[in-house]
Write a protein that binds this ligand. Structure first.
Ligand SMILES: Nc1ncnc2c1ncn2[C@@H]1O[C@H](COP(=O)(O)OP(=O)(O)OP(=O)(O)O)[C@@H](O)[C@H]1O
Ligand SMILES: [Mg+2]
Length: 285
């Protein structure tokens, strides 16, 4: 069901991003196969806000990279952002992707520069995003002067500044303290309300997923599969009070009910998985 406040903002058209029956396997440094994704299908429609939750290591970042056309699946079909005649996605990476050797101003303009926009024009159109994110005073500083939260805001400024209609965000608020995170969730809600992007957002927070999303996808422990999908019925515009309603609490409980066993599975030692028994942490990045 559409939770946008007016019907015309819910375009039923074809998906703008999709993966169908996608598998992704990696090789560990010792040559073992790490099956990151298995049979994952997801179709995202224009201006839809889809949130993905799942235990650590279940392939959320991998899925996002595939959707962004930054990685390819081992098998399955993909309609990625940035195909021929289709706009590239703006990506907020899990580690923010802030470049330490560039000033805040140049970092904010970086996405546009990569899209071929000249330096002056890129900086002129990204600067208002620095203002919006409360970073204008730091425009000529380097990122080492920024707190973790400010770096995250810089990554968001860079992504929004590209003007891309598709935003892929990997735990964009993950490093914030709980109070700042709440405020940033509200800010993201407002930004989405104004900008109406197509968004896929990965988060470990069920509340965040329900507050922001039209749909919440729950992924299984590795190999990541789509275990369940919940549509979020709360009308927009939403604000932080949405979280306090009884209906919100019920949906939170349903999502957690699906997720809790997966989180437990993901914490089982890797030696229990005979496919990756000598991969160490299983994370070769
Ligand atoms: N480039 C790579 N080479 C080898 N293995 C990889 C690579 N990228 C990811 N993996 C493995 O694939 C699995 C899924 O990784 P991914 O980063 O997608 O998980 P995630 O769900 O984003 O985890 P987290 O919540 O901790 O960020 C992990 O076991 C990881 O070690
Ligand atoms: Mg990740």
């Amino acid at each position: 069901m559409c939770s946008h406040e007016s019907a015309e903002t819910c375009l039923p058209g074809p998906p703008v991003l999709s993966v169908t029956a996608v598998d992704k396997a990696f090789f560990s440094p010792r040559g073992r196969v790490v099956q990151a994704l298995e049979g994952v299908s997801l179709a995202v429609r224009e201006r839809e806000f889809v949130c993905v939750v799942g235990p650590s290591g279940c392939g959320k970042s991998t899925l996002l990279r595939i959707l962004g056309g930054l990685d390819s699946p081992s098998s399955g079909d993909v309609l990625p952002a940035g195909g021929p005649g289709r706009p590239a996605a703006a990506v907020v990476f899990q580690d923010f992707g802030v470049l330490p050797w560039l000033t805040v101003r140049t970092n904010a303009a970086f996405g546009l520069r990569m899209a071929g926009v000249g330096r002056r024009a890129a900086e002129a159109s990204s600067y208002p995003w620095l203002e919006r994110m409360g970073l204008a005073d730091f425009a000529d500083s380097y990122p080492d002067r920024l707190s973790g939260g400010m770096r995250q805001r810089l990554a968001l400024a860079r992504a929004f500044a590209t003007g891309s209609p598709v935003l892929l965000m990997d735990e964009p608020l993950g490093a914030l303290d709980p109070q700042t995170r709440r405020l940033m969730q509200e800010q993201l809600l407002g930004l989405w309300q104004e900008e109406r992007k197509t968004v896929v957002l990965v988060t470990h927070s069920i509340d965040e997923a329900i507050l922001l999303g039209d749909r919440v996808l729950v992924m299984s422990a590795r190999p990541g599969r789509v275990l369940d999908e919940f549509s979020v019925p709360f009308p927009r515009p939403r604000d932080l009070r949405t979280v306090d309603s009884a209906e919100f609490g019920q949906l939170r409980a349903r999502v957690w009910n699906q997720l809790r066993g997966q989180v437990a599975d993901a914490q089982a030692p890797y030696v229990a998985d005979d496919r990756v028994d000598d991969v160490g942490t299983g994370d070769s990045r």
